[in-house]
Design a protein around this ligand. Structure first.
Ligand SMILES: Nc1nc2c(c(=O)[nH]1)N[C@H]1C(S)=C(S)[C@@H](COP(=O)(O)OP(=O)(O)OC[C@H]3O[C@@H](n4cnc5c(=O)[nH]c(N)nc54)[C@H](O)[C@@H]3O)O[C@H]1N2
Ligand SMILES: Nc1nc2c(c(=O)[nH]1)N[C@H]1C(S)=C(S)[C@@H](COP(=O)(O)OP(=O)(O)OC[C@H]3O[C@@H](n4cnc5c(=O)[nH]c(N)nc54)[C@H](O)[C@@H]3O)O[C@H]1N2
Ligand code: SF4
Ligand SMILES: [Mo]
Length: 696
């Protein structure tokens, strides 16, 4: 038996794992206690990757859609058929007829990510979509406008802050996002124990002071922008803006002041449902704290104004002198200083499309079905890598219609997931134990920076293959230049080696170090304004002109929200027993209470509508309708309904456990199409969506 140290690639902490291998087979997976940073932490999902590796439902050889069934075929048949059909689409309709959807796990796959990009470049395919516009596209846009680089994201210095705001994130369930920090909830608990105050800002009371981590400030969904504008207003009125910092590092400060002028706390209270006195108290705490750290994640991203929310979060940090100070927000440099790589002019990053002005780069997922159904030169072939768009994006019905019209759908996945219902081919991907990798996801986002390399722990079972090989073979098959003709994955590794050199490291050094891990310098102050900010004048843009229209709209939305009285707003509720749509085939995660997804309501909201716990309710709005059981949750704010996404597996062809516990796809209730995403970032509107509920 051999023991191999590796790391988890399910979510951002990238926890160290130890794998035991017997007779070439993965025999056991545990948390790595010797890992210098993750120190023996791993969650149930990370350990469940063992079950996923051995799952008899895994796609183990190429599957071809034939006579309504997915039937095994050889790699040669698969590659030849796909290459031929892709070529036909390209010849007849050009590269815009080929679309790509890259899912979330692709971000945790050093070679897969690079090789897919290279292959698409060869095809000239520009219509690419990714899970990013359902997740955090607003953060890239926000930082690009404010700091001049999409890759600059100052992290909360949780270890040293006296006051911490966690806005729209639930690290107990999610383990953190846009931050790599092992056991984040424990880190917050430790901060609380050493006397720091932690405020979660959330429409659901996810933590209470008695719980030992912090309390929750309940806010109405989709109002984070107003919450932050209100704090900025109050801080300004009470001398909480540090003029010397703004003089030294800011531009457009007057414009920021003018924007904030409109949001005194009394007014803000009307739409956020946070009373003025609470907002004043929070502003006072910020003024008095010796270090305030701000963190926001998907709950705030997925509102209608995620980019503005991120801008204002940066402003809260800057104007109070907490940006680039110990206990505030600090840049993470990691193994490669990538701020310059993300440098670009925000205003120039848009183009005119059939659907109005769009941000360059990944197109909005909320237009995927539109680019198939509603344009003159539609997408005709779609390649889906590590994604499940049918369940992750809004508008399932429309996506079904669109996917069924495609000439070719190719999925590269561990499973024949729900989207595979429309696949002509499902190609078997290797999993995290079957591929070498590097901790690329954490670059610039690690609160305790380290870099780790892992070898393949075991060879891919059956006919599973690594993504880089799949795209390199497809390139060969299409007569294109292929890495396989030139030393395989070496050229991709070469890029990473080059990046590692920036911190005096190399793959060789990583391979030689115990566990493949090397710790890097921690977060420290004093570099941000000189080295990280990328705007030409070296200053932070406190009120980007490119946000003008969005700011006007922001004022209008405020008035619209004041006018709306009651009604229910839908939010997402993740838990530790699911991971987006893809851990539903792990029997061990289907414990009682986690085997379906109910609609959660506050007991008073249920009673007011005559709804009874455990009974089926009909949930509907202008976008769709679902029927699911009702559950009660006193932690929810009044007027807020919650449900988990990623369910709705009744039709997933190759996931028998998931099919036995299908749940309901709540994304049927989300808006899609023009107007359903933020123009500045393409980020989808996925939280605070109005719904109605009645007995089914
Ligand atoms: N209502 C609502 N909707 C949401 C969200 C929400 O909060 N609320 N969250 C959004 C977010 S944050 C995200 S990131 C998206 C996710 O959206 P997607 O990325 O489209 O969906 P996932 O469920 O993450 O599906 C990932 C797929 O990748 C496969 N997979 C896993 N590992 C590998 C691998 O190594 N290689 C390959 N080839 N395949 C692999 C899995 O089997 C699964 O089919 O969903 C979004 N949708
Ligand atoms: N167990 C588990 N872990 C996961 C995932 C998973 O599905 N399951 N998904 C992974 C992925 S891809 C991601 S991106 C991360 C996401 O990580 P997080 O961003 O931490 O995601 P959530 O746990 O959904 O927490 C979002 C919180 O926002 C709140 N919220 C909803 N609407 C609003 C709003 O309008 N304003 C504010 N302020 N709050 C709001 C919700 O109540 C919820 O508590 O998690 C990752 N980790
Ligand atoms: S927290 Fe994320 S990275 Fe760590 S073990 Fe769990 S799933 Fe894996
Ligand atoms: Mo995500």
């Amino acid at each position: 038996m051999s023991t191999i140290r590796t790391f988890c690639r399910v979510c951002e902490p990238s926890c160290g794992l130890v794998a035991n291998v017997e007779d070439g087979q993965l025999a056991r997976v545990q948390a790595d206690r010797d890992h210098p940073v993750t120190k023996g932490f791993a969650c149930a999902k990370g350990i469940a990757t063992f079950d996923i590796h051995h799952d008899p439902d895994r796609v183990d050889q190429p599957l071809r859609h034939f006579d309504g069934e997915l039937r095994p075929a050889s790699w040669d048949e698969a590659l030849a058929d796909i290459a031929r059909r892709l070529q036909r689409v390209l010849d007849r309709h050009g590269p815009s007829a080929v679309g790509l959807y890259g899912g979330n796990p692709l971000g945790f796959n050093a070679l897969g990510y690079l090789s897919l990009g290279a292959w698409l470049g060869q095809l000239g395919a520009i219509r690419s979509f990714s899970a990013g516009t359902q997740d955090c596209a607003n953060k890239f846009a926000g930082s690009q406008a404010v700091f001049g680089s999409r890759t600059v994201h100052p992290l909360p210095d949780i270890e040293r802050a006296e006051l911490i705001f966690v806005i729209g994130a639930n690290p107990r369930a999610s383990k953190g996002s846009f931050i790599s920090l092992p056991n984040m909830i424990q880190r917050l608990r430790e901060a609380h124990q050493r006397g720091a105050t932690v405020h979660f800002v959330n429409p659901r009371r996810i933590e209470t002071v008695d719980g030992g981590v912090g309390d929750t400030v309940l806010l109405r969904p989709d109002t984070d922008v107003y919450f932050m504008a209100g704090l900025l207003h109050e801080l300004r009125a009470t001398g909480g803006w540090r003029r010397e910092v703004l003089d030294a590092h800011g531009t457009n400060v007057d414009e920021l002041e003018r924007f904030v002028d409109d949001y005194p706390v009394e007014r803000v209270a009307e739409v956020t449902a946070i009373d003025a006195s609470t907002l004043r108290d929070l502003a006072r705490e910020i003024r008095q704290a010796d270090g305030t750290a701000f963190y926001m994640s998907t709950g705030a991203n997925m509102g209608r104004q995620g980019t503005l929310a991120y801008w204002l979060m940066h402003m809260l940090s800057l104007v109070t002198g907490n940006l680039d100070r110990v206990g505030g927000n600090l840049p993470s440099i990691g193994f490669y200083p990538n701020a310059r790589a993300g440098k670009a002019d925000f205003g120039a990053g848009f183009f005119e499309s059939e659907f109005g002005r769009l941000r360059r780069g990944n197109l909005p997922g909320n237009l995927l079905s539109h680019y198939i159904l509603d344009v003159e030169e539609p997408i005709r072939a779609l390649v889906v890598v590590a994604g499940n768009p049918l369940l992750s994006i809004g508008g399932e019905e429309r996506l079904r219609k669109a996917f069924s019209q495609l000439e070719l759908v190719v999925l590269v996945d561990l499973y024949a997931n729900a989207t595979a219902e429309y696949a002509d081919w499902v190609l078997p991907a290797a999993d995290q134990f079957e591929r070498a990798d590097l901790t690329v996801i954490g670059l610039g986002l690690q609160a305790q920076p380290f870099v780790q390399y892992t070898d393949q722990v075991v060879a891919p079972r059956h006919e599973r293959r690594e993504e880089w090989w799949i795209f390199a073979r497809l390139a060969q098959e299409m007569g294109l230049d292929s890495p396989l003709d030139r030393g395989g994955a070496e050229e991709h590794w070469g890029k990473y080696d080059h990046m590692l050199a920036a911190s005096g490291l190399s793959l060789e050094a990583l391979r030689a170090s115990p566990g493949g891990v090397i710790e890097l310098p921690g977060l420290h102050a004093g570099r941000f304004f000189d080295e990280v900010v990328q705007l030409p004048d070296g200053r932070v843009d406190c009120c980007p002109e490119a946000f003008d229209t969005a700011r006007r709209r922001c004022r209008e939305m405020f008035d619209e929200m004041r006018g709306v009285a009651d009604g229910l707003l839908l939010i997402t509720r993740r838990d530790s027993f699911m991971h987006n749509s893809w851990m539903h085939n792990v029997p061990g995660l289907k414990k009682a209470g986690h085997d379906h997804n109910p609609l959660w309501l506050h007991p008073a909201d249920a009673e007011a509508r005559g709804l009874v716990e455990g009974t089926e309710v009909r949930v509907w709005n202008d976008h769709g309708e679902v029927v699911l059981p009702l559950a009660l949750d006193e932690a929810l704010g009044r007027g807020v309904a919650a449900a988990a996404h990623g369910w709705g597996n009744a039709g997933a062809p190759g996931m028998s456990v998931a099919r036995a516990h299908p749940g309901v796809n709540i994304n049927r209730l989300l808006p899609v199409g023009p107007g359903s995403f933020e123009e500045l970032s393409s980020q989808a509107h996925m939280t605070g969506v109005p719904i109605r509920v009645e007995p089914a």
